[in-house]
Design a protein around this ligand. Sequence first.
Ligand code: ADP
Length: 375
Amino acid sequence: MTAGIDITHIKQTEDALRESEEKYRNMVETANEGILMADKSGIITFANRKISEMLGYSIDELLGTDGLFLVDNESLEMQEKIKNRKEGIIESYETKFIRKDGSELWTLISGSPIYDHNGVHIGNLGMYTDITKRKEAEDEIEKTIDELKRSNQELERFAYVSSHDLQEPLRMVTLYSQLLERRYKDRLDDDANDFIEYIVENAKCMKSLIDDLLEYSRITSQAKEFENIDLEKVLEDVLSNLSIPLVENNVNITHDSLPTVFADRNQMMQVFQNLITNAIKFRGEESPKIDISAQKGEKEWIFAVKDNGIGISPEHQKQIFEVFKRLHTRDEYPGTGIGLSITQKIIERHVGRIWVESESGIGSTFYFTLPIKSN
Ligand code: ADP
């Protein structure tokens, strides 16, 4: 009687066990992730259908192997990971496998050690998610960035070479038209004299455009290495360079104490000089008031150069950073329209951003950022 009860009990336990095992087997077999189990020495003891599909090897071809034929040489790292597992470390990482047909399979692995009921490490479990598409997209982006960088460099080189080579013929045009003006001024009629004057004027204008283009292309091609520089000192030098326009325009200039940054000194001088010169040039009726501030953010410094000048209407606030883009004629305000493009390019070389906030007739604030980094 007692024995009969025991048998029924054992049978029930067996059924429950079988049911639970079936449930887990179903889960493992229908899982969207590949699953591999290996014993302590790294020999594969279990593989689900998904991992076999992902790798292109049958389950039988995987079982009993060390799986090293699935990874290439780069994956010595894999050995390291298996060692980590033995030490009970659970981790996720990306690994490249080679499928049976030779193609690459990138997976995100979540690996964990398996212990027996006494807590002894007996093997490892790996769950594999196919991330090949994401990796391919990342590679594509990287390639596009490289191509962009190359074509950018080519463009800069082109701008440099063409502006450099244009200098000489232009110098000749200017020289000979000036000579013409000097020698024949009295022998030519008024029209001819006006024409010569236009040629000289326009050749001069072209010269400043070419010089500016050359300067623009030199920002990266002939740049200096970064060093720790005290912007306080940089500003002091800039203000000393600009002492004449500052006095002539009765400029009231105030500033925060400025930090030390990791940057190209000459280029930082150029940034402050361009922004301050513009703040004076595009002044309003009142005497120019310029305030320079520096605010420390989490990862970057935010600098602001604020003026009380003529301001910039919202629709023009992006365009003004384009090469040779100006909102006024040369008669109204001198210049070529390259200053802000140069400033922007310098800031971008320093991995910063530049933008303007402005209101017509009230004033403008030019903001730029520089990373907080000591070397
Ligand atoms: P440029 O000063 O030679 O014209 P920039 O590239 O320095 O060239 O500036 C482009 C244009 O942006 C200027 O022509 C002007 O219209 C506008 N601008 C720049 N700075 C200011 C400012 N502080 N206030 C008002 N307008 C400005």
